[in-house]
Ligand binder design. Structure first.
Ligand code: NDP
Length: 244
């Protein structure tokens, strides 16, 4: 089994924490990004700083050709990934009557089509190796819904159904597929919502504070391990009790 992990959207936020955590666990890490090359380079340097190995690889994960080319680069430079973390995601929030078709399509393409494209591309090597871990980052919005996020919640709920189907298709081949669904985690994505929203959400969180990207990364690290071989098709909520 190769110890190669591909983390989509690994340049910032939760993806960055996952890439670094897997780096400290002995994985060679491919850090995908779409626009922010300098942030991805920083993550590569951080992993190299711990004595690990990493590369940065640019691709828009909603684009089929870009994903195919990303997978070739990763396979040539590090080997076929045995762990795929589908983390890249965006929000384009709006109430449904104001939500344009572009806002709908962009979110579905980046958050859901990408999971289909990357999983399909990574599965070939995992099936040959008879070992693999597919971990996709969902959201509590995909479980409970959220006003202003019909597009986002649909994309994240879609990931859950997709994951259950893949788990059933490839479970007998040593490959698991799971979703990690965070609540409200401190990243650039949530910083854009402002302090008032953060305070209102914090009041709903049993643990009494926002989450840190590392707290999502630890769950991903566990699901990527041999110890988690008997967990598949599941959605693990990491939200400090927000959705209780
Ligand atoms: P950030 O906005 O902080 O980072 C987004 C990352 O995704 C960046 O690395 C960005 O790359 C990358 N990205 C965006 N679009 C694409 C694309 N088309 N192709 C490849 N990479 C892309 O997000 P978070 O860290 O907050 O979120 C990470 C994941 O966690 C998302 O799926 C999000 O939906 C989910 N999530 C986040 C929560 C939160 O509270 N923060 C809560 C629940 C779920 P670049 O740097 O190049 O722009």
């Amino acid at each position: 089994m190769s110890k190669v992990a591909l983390v989509t959207g690994g340049s910032r936020g939760i993806g960055r924490a996952i890439a670094e955590h897997l780096g400290t666990r002995g994985y060679e890490v491919a850090v995908n990004f779409t626009a922010n090359a300098s942030a991805a380079a920083e993550v590569v340097s951080a992993i190299e700083g711990y004595g690990g190995r990493a590369i940065a690889v640019q691709a828009d994960v909603g684009d089929a050709e870009a994903v195919a080319s990303m997978m070739s680069t990763v396979t040539e430079e590090l080997g076929p990934p045995s762990v795929l973390v589908n983390n890249a995601g965006i929000t384009r929030d709006d109430l449904i009557l104001r939500m344009g078709v572009d806002e709908w399509d962009e979110v579905i393409q980046t958050n859901l089509r990408s999971v289909y494209l990357c999983t399909k591309a990574a599965l070939r090597g995992m099936l040959r190796a008879r070992w693999g871990r597919i971990i996709s980052i969902g959201s509590v919005s995909g479980i409970s819904g959220n006003p202003g996020q019909a597009n986002y919640a649909a994309s994240k709920a879609g990931i859950i159904g997709f994951t259950k189907s893949i788990a059933k298709e490839v479970g007998s081949r040593g490959i698991t597929a799971n979703v990690v669904a965070p609540g409200f985690i401190e990243t650039d994505m949530t910083a854009a919502l402002g302090d008032d929203t953060a305070a209102a959400v914090t009041a709903q969180i049993a643990v009494g504070r926002l989450g840190r990207p590392e707290e999502v990364a630890f769950t991903v690290g566990y699901l990527a391990s041999d110890e988690a071989a008997y967990i598949t098709g599941q959605t693990i909520v990491v939200d400090g009790g927000l959705a209780l």
